[in-house]
Design a protein around this ligand. Structure first.
Ligand code: PEP
Ligand code: MG
Length: 753
C-alpha cells in the first residue's frame, strides 16, 4: 500500500496540468481501493464553496458544475467538520443531498475525508460504492493518509500554478500572504522565473513563432554540443555502457524526438520555454509511471536535459529595462535581494513571493526601499499571472488579480489618502524627536542599499544605527576586494559625517547567502551565521575591518558592530583582529583611532552574559528580529509559522524590558535596530522601557517621530507596565491599538479592514 501511495503522490506532484493531475489521482485511488467512484472536490476560497473538480464513476458532465456550500450535503459536512465521514447507507443520512447531475442515487456507501494543509481545508476526497459496504478501518486509514500526503502536494501545486482553483469567469482572484512591507500599489504582474526551473516557466503566447523555433533549435544544438564534449572528456574514465548513455541523450535531443514535439507545441501557441516545459513534464510523468525501473530512471535524464535546454533559452532572452512594465509588481517563487536590483528602481512598484516572511531579508530591504511587499503567498498560480493587472496591498497581505474597476478606484482612493498622510507628517519631520514632557529620543536609520535616498535625511536623524554590510556583498559575483570595500564604506561614512555610522561586520548565513559562497545547511538560522563565519574566516574579516578603518580616515564617525555573538570569546577574537588591522594599517602609514565596537544582542544567550559583554564593548544594539526568532523558536523566514512570529509576544517584551534595565545599570548605551523599532507602537514601548536610541528603515521615520512627539515618556512607561501584564501577543496588540486610539494615533498604524 505504501508503494501505491508513494506512486500516486509522485504522479500528482509531477503533473503539469490540472486535468492530468486530478484524473490520475482519482483513477489510482479508485483502483487501489476497489470502489465504484472516486471524486475530488476542491474548496474555492473565493466563492466559499466546494466544486466537483474530478471524478471517476460519477457523470463527467457534473465536473465544474456541482458545487456545495460548507455544511451542505455529505461532502459539505466533511469539509465543515474537517473530519472523515464513513457511511454504509449514505442516502439515509440527514445531510444527504441529491445532485441530479451526478447520478448519485445509485451509490449507497460513502467515505469522505478532508484534505487539510496547515489548518487550511483544500478540499475533500470521496470514494463511493454501489453496494452497501462499510469501508473498514484500513480503507479509512488509507484515504486519510492519502489526503494528508496529497495536502502538501496540492498546496504546492496550487501555489506554483500546476493546479489552479477555478477562477471566476472574468479571471478575477485574490490571494493572501504575509504582509511584509506596507503600502499599496496598482500595477502589472511580472513573473520572475527562477533560472532553469521547469516547474516555474510562465505560459506566454509567442509573438514570432519562427523566432521561437529558431532559438529552441539553437539551444538544443548547444546542449548536444555540451553533451558531446562531456562524453569525449569522460570517454577514458567510464565504461562503454555508461558512455552509451551519452548517445541516448543525443538521440533524445534529436530533431526527431524531443525537439520535434516542442516545435509542435510552439506552433500550437506556446513560447519556446513554455513548450519545452510542457513536453518535458509529459515525458517525465509518463516515464515515472511505468513499471520498468530502467525507464523510470530515464525520467531524471529527461528532466535534466530539459533544464539544460531551458538554461540556454533563458540566457538568450534577458529582460531589458525597456521591456519592464512601468509599474512592475515582481512575482516569484522566492525573490532574492539580487532580484530587487534587476528591475529599474523607477519601475518597481511591488513585490510578491510564494516563500519568505515579514522578517526575511528581502522584506527588510523592501521596507527600507518603501516597496509594498507580500510574501509567503503560498496559493499563488505563478505561471498564469504574467502580465495580469494587479493590485498589491502590503498592509493586509493581499494580491488582487484582474481587479474590477470599482476595486481599482477604491484602492486608488486609499493610495491617495496615504499620500496625503505622508504629506501631513512631512511637516513635522524637521522638528526634534522629543516627547511632550521633554524626553529626547534619537532616531537613526538602517541602511544597506542606495545611500543617496537616505543621506538626504541627514538633518532629521542622529546617524546610521545599522549598516548591513552584507547587502552590497550579496549583489556582486565575488567577495569585493579591500579597495572596493573601502570605496563603498567611505561613501557611507562621508554621506553621513559627522553623524556616527554603525557598520556591522558581515552577517551572512541564515537566509543571506552569497551566490559565490553558498552555505548549505539543514538549519541555516541555527548554523554558520554572522560572526561564526567571519571568525572561521579571519582573512575575510580582516579585509573588511581594514577597509572600514581606512575608509574612516579623517572622518572619525565609524563604529563597528558584531552580529550573532553567542560567546564572549567571539568578541575577544574580533577585537584582536581589529587591533591587528590597525597595526597593519599603521605600517602602511594610515593611522586611525580604534573605533567604538558594539555587540548585537540577538542570541538569547547574550542576555545572560551582559556583564562580561559590557566589559568588552562600547555599546549594545538589540536585533529584535533575531531575538524574537530565537526566543520563540520560530524561523523568521517560514510562512508556515509566520503567525507565531511576533515581537510583541509577552516573553519577548519581558526580555527586552529586563535587558534595557540591566544595560542601563551597566552603563552601556543600548539601542534597538530590529523591525520593532520602526513600528510606532513598538517604538513607544521601547522608549518606555528605556532604550536610548531607535534605528529603523527610513520610511518608518515619519510615523515613529509623529508617535513619539505626541506621547509623553510617562505615558510610554505606563504603557510598558500595562503591557507586561498581558498574557498573549494578541492581547498585547489589542491593548496597544486601544491606547493608540485613545491618543488619536490610529492613523499611524497599518490600515485594517
Ligand atoms: C535583527 O536581527 O534584528 C537585525 C537587526 O539584524 P538582521 O535583521 O539583519 O538579522
Ligand atoms: Mg539579526
Amino acid at each position: 500500500m505504501l508503494e501505491v501511495l508513494r506512486r500516486i503522490v509522485q504522479e500528482v506532484n509531477s503533473a503539469r496540468t490540472l486535468n492530468a493531475a486530478l484524473a490520475t489521482m482519482v483513477r489510482r485511488i479508485r483502483k487501489a481501493m476497489r470502489t465504484d467512484v472516486c471524486s475530488f472536490y476542491l474548496y474555492d476560497t473565493e466563492q466559499d464553496c466546494l466544486v466537483l473538480m474530478e471524478t471517476i464513476g460519477l457523470r463527467t458532465q457534473a465536473v465544474g458544475h456541482v458545487t456545495m456550500a460548507l455544511g451542505e450535503g455529505l461532502v459539505g459536512l466533511v469539509a465543515e467538520r474537517g473530519e472523515p465521514l464513513n457511511l454504509e447507507d449514505a442516502p439515509a443520512h440527514s445531510h444527504f443531498r441529491y445532485f441530479e447531475e451526478t447520478g448519485e442515487e445509485r451509490f449507497s456507501s460513502f467515505l469522505g475525508v478532508p484534505i487539510i494543509h496547515q489548518r487550511r481545508m483544500l478540499g475533500v476526497l470521496v470514494v463511493q460504492q454501489q453496494d452497501k459496504r462499510r469501508f473498514d478501518e484500513g480503507d479509512e486509514a488509507f484515504l486519510v493518509t492519502m489526503a494528508a500526503q496529497l495536502a502538501g502536494v496540492l498546496a504546492h501545486a496550487l501555489a506554483t500554478g500546476t493546479l489552479s482553483r477555478p477562477m471566476q469567469t472574468d479571471g478575477q482572484a485574490v490571494f493572501t500572504g504575509v504582509a511584509a512591507s506596507p503600502g499599496m500599489a496598482i500595477g502589472e504582474a511580472l513573473v520572475i522565473a527562477p533560472p532553469a526551473d521547469l516547474d516555474n516557466v510562465p505560459d506566454l503566447i509567442p509573438t514570432d513563432i519562427d523566432y521561437e523555433i529558431q532559438r529552441l533549435k539553437e539551444a538544443i544544438y548547444r546542449v548536444r554540443d555540451e553533451i558531446r564534449a562531456t562524453g569525449e572528456r569522460l570517454a577514458s574514465r567510464i565504461s562503454a555502457q555508461e558512455l552509451a548513455l551519452f548517445e541516448v541523450y543525443q538521440q533524445m535531443l534529436s530533431e526527431a524526438a524531443l525537439g520535434q514535439e516542442v516545435e509542435k507545441r510552439i506552433r500550437e501557441g506556446q513560447w519556446a520555454p513554455g513548450a519545452l516545459a510542457d513536453v518535458v513534464r509529459r515525458h517525465v510523468q509518463y516515464l515515472e509511471r511505468v513499471d520498468d525501473s530502467y525507464l523510470r530512471e530515464r525520467a531524471a535524464d529527461v528532466r535534466d536535459l530539459g533544464r539544460r535546454v531551458l538554461a540556454h533559452l533563458q540566457e538568450e532572452a534577458p529582460q531589458t529595462p525597456d521591456t519592464f512594465p512601468d509599474r512592475a509588481i515582481l512575482v516569484g517563487d522566492e525573490l532574492s535581494v539580487a532580484t530587487l536590483g534587476e528591475v529599474p528602481r523607477g519601475k518597481l512598484a511591488g513585490l510578491v513571493a510564494i516563500r519568505g516572511s515579514s522578517t526575511s531579508h528581502v522584506a527588510i530591504l523592501a521596507r527600507a526601499m518603501g516597496i509594498p511587499t507580500v510574501l509567503g503567498m503560498v496559493d499563488l498560480p505563478l505561471p498564469r499571472l504574467n502580465g495580469a493587472p494587479v493590485i498589491l496591498d502590503g498592509h493586509r497581505g493581499r494580491l488582487f488579480v484582474r481587479p474590477s474597476n470599482e476595486l481599482e478606484n477604491h484602492y486608488q482612493m486609499l493610495i491617495d489618502e496615504e499620500q496625503a498622510l505622508a504629506e501631513v507628517l512631512e511637516h513635522e519631520q524637521d522638528l526634534p524627536c522629543r516627547t511632550p514632557d521633554g524626553h529626547d529620543m534619537p532616531l537613526m536609520v538602517n541602511t544597506g542599499l542606495a545611500v543617496d535616498a537616505v543621506a538626504s535625511l541627514k538633518t532629521r536623524i542622529s546617524g546610521v544605527g545599522l549598516y548591513r554590510t552584507e547587502v552590497p556583498f550579496m549583489i556582486t559575483d565575488r567577495f569585493p576586494g579591500e579597495q572596493e570595500q573601502t570605496r563603498l564604506y567611505r561613501e557611507q561614512l562621508e554621506s553621513f559625517a559627522p553623524l556616527p555610522v554603525i557598520m556591522r561586520t558581515l552577517d551572512i548565513g541564515g537566509d543571506k547567502d552569497l551566490p559565490y559562497f553558498p552555505i548549505e545547511e539543514a538549519n541555516p538560522f541555527l548554523g554558520w551565521r554572522g560572526i561564526r563565519v567571519t571568525r572561521d574566516h579571519p582573512e575575510v574579516l580582516m579585509v573588511q575591518l581594514r577597509a572600514m578603518l581606512r575608509a574612516s580616515q579623517g572622518l572619525d564617525n565609524l563604529q563597528v558592530m558584531l552580529p550573532m555573538v553567542t560567546n564572549v570569546d567571539e568578541v575577544d577574537d574580533a577585537l584582536k583582529l581589529m587591533d591587528r588591522a590597525r597595526v597593519e594599517l599603521a605600517e602602511d602609514g594610515v593611522n586611525v583611532d580604534r573605533p567604538k565596537v558594539g555587540i548585537m544582542l540577538e542570541v538569547p544567550a547574550t542576555l545572560y552574559q551582559l556583564e562580561a559583554l559590557a566589559q568588552r564593548s562600547d555599546f549594545f544594539s538589540v536585533g529584535s528580529n533575531d531575538l524574537t526568532q530565537y526566543l520563540l523558536a520560530v524561523d523568521r523566514n517560514n510562512p508556515r509559522v509566520a503567525e507565531l512570529y511576533d515581537a510583541c509576544h509577552p516573553a519577548v517584551l519581558a526580555a527586552l524590558a529586563r535587558l534595557a534595565d540591566e544595560a542601563s545599570a551597566l552603563n552601556v548605551p543600548t539601542s534597538v535596530c530590529g523591525e520593532l523599532a520602526g513600528d510606532p507602537a513598538g517604538a513607544l514601548l521601547l522608549m518606555g522601557m528605556g532604550f536610548e536610541t531607535l534605528s529603523m528603515n527610513a520610511p518608518s521615520l515619519p510615523r515613529v517621530r509623529a508617535a513619539i512627539r505626541r506621547v509623553p515618556m510617562s505615558a510610554a512607561k505606563s504603557l510598558v507596565e500595562e503591557t507586561l501584564c498581558l498574557p498573549t501577543p494578541k492581547a498585547v496588540r489589542e491593548h496597544l491599538e486601544t491606547r493608540l486610539g485613545e491618543w488619536q494615533l490610529t492613523h499611524l498604524l497599518p490600515p485594517k479592514d
